[in-house]
Design a protein around this ligand. Structure first.
Ligand code: PLP
Length: 388
């Protein structure tokens, strides 16, 4: 028996190249000699050394999202939350203050309220739909602003242009989480935002099988800190997740277009149905921020719809059970429609009064609309509502 070689087997040579991007799981990369390593570390030659510091599948994915957002040098991370964390920690230090929107993604709020204060970073929140109120939340030591354009799950629309202008006037970096709106609707960096964040887990990857984040910055100094801090804190993404997300990204535009059209149709169906108290969809004339939606969301209202049933928890249970073809799951952006009930999931930590103040009763639902056949989808909801 011939023993295996000392080095692992070589990849076969080929004059043709693969059409699909190869998946490269290697944690470590072998170099020819110390001089070559010097060249790499000092930027005279490009290449990889160790996967936590960067790997080909993350670079490929980051480059594709850069294109969608008009960004440069974006960094892919292991989750949307690591992206939010990386964005803020690249800008602020102990003694600084961060002003956030009052309806951020639940974990982002927890980062602001529970973790950053432990590091000596003060935080507070204000209403981003009211520029005066938001401005009043600024402090002399405010060093970052964190907002989302469309709030989850109330779909209220922030004064994005006003807040970006405010940040620019005061020299405070504005971080925008663009997960909900996606690059198909808004490109925050192009509008003057300083830092952009995505949970790639959601619409961009689109199949609920990869957990990833993305951060990009306009200022080269912040950009440099993003990659160093990501490697130091170990926020790096798995090559396999990057590979899956890249594959998903090629159909992002088509999926989002179909899902947004479905969402508009579903919103109309729900609004026409007895037993539905109200429907929230950004481009509907009865949306509380309709004027802002018209000026900001010129490419459409997106794939998220919220609605409120007449009746409380009992009606909510009946609806979810009747919608047995739709996954009742607290996520968004999947190829299939998912239904979430904030009072029992994302917003269960709030008191009933606090939820009521946000307009989120026991009958309140959020739908992440998917790419199904529109008639089948609206039919399933109509049939389920008829059982109430
Ligand atoms: C899901 C989500 C996040 C967090 O992303 P993960 O990939 O789950 O860590 C952050 N912001 C928004 C708006 C989200 O929807």
């Amino acid at each position: 028996m011939t023993k295996p070689p000392l080095l692992r087997a070589r990849w076969p040579e080929s004059v043709s190249r693969p059409v699909a991007t190869p998946l490269q799981p290697s944690v470590v990369y072998a170099s020819p000699d110390p001089d070559a390593l010097d060249d790499q570390y000092e930027g005279r030659a490009s290449g990889f050394t160790y996967a936590r510091e960067g790997h080909p599948n993350a670079d490929v994915l980051a480059g594709l999202i850069d294109r969608l957002e008009g960004a440069e040098g974006g960094v892919v991370t292991g989750s949307g939350m690591s992206a939010v964390t990386l964005a803020l920690l690249s800008i602020v230090k102990a003694g600084d203050h961060v002003l956030g929107a009052d309806q951020l993604y639940g974990r982002s709020l927890r980062l602001m309220q529970e973790e950053l204060p432990r590091m000596g970073i003060a935080t507070s929140v204000a209403d981003p739909t009211d520029l005066k109120a938001f401005e009043a939340g600024l402090r002399p030591e405010t060093r970052a602003i964190l907002i989302e354009t469309v709030a989850n799950p109330t779909l209220r629309i922030a004064d994005l242009r006003g807040i970006i202008a405010l940040g620019q006037a005061r020299g405070i970096p504005v971080v925008v989480d663009n997960t909900f709106t996606t690059p198909a609707l808004i490109n925050p960096l192009q509008m003057g935002a300083d830092v952009l964040v995505h949970s790639v887990t959601k619409m961009l990857a689109g199949h609920s099988d990869a957990t990833l984040g993305y951060v990009a910055a306009r200022d080269p100094e912040i950009r440099a800190r993003l990659s160093v801090l990501s490697a130091t804190l170990g926020l790096t993404a798995s090559p396999f997740d990057c590979w899956l997300a890249e594959r998903g990204l090629y159909t992002f535009e088509m999926r989002f277009e179909r899902a947004s059209r479905n969402a508009e149709t579903l919103a109309a169906t729900l609004a026409d149905h007895v037993g539905v108290k109200r429907v929230l969809y950004p481009t509907r004339p009865d949306h509380p921020d309709h004027n802002r939606a018209q000026s900001l969301l010129t490419k459409g209202g997106g794939n998220m719809v919220s609605f409120e049933l007449d009746g409380g928890r009992a009606a909510a249970n009946t609806l979810v059970r009747a919608l047995d073809q739709i996954a009742f799951a607290p996520t968004l952006g999947d190829i299939a429609t998912t239904l979430s009930h904030p009072a029992s999931s994302s917003h269960r930590a709030l008191t009933a009064d606090a939820r009521a103040a946000l307009g989120m009763s026991e009958g309140f639902f959020r739908v992440s609309v998917g790419c199904e056949d529109p008639d089948q989808l609206t039919g399933a909801f109509a049939q389920a509502l008829d059982q109430l």
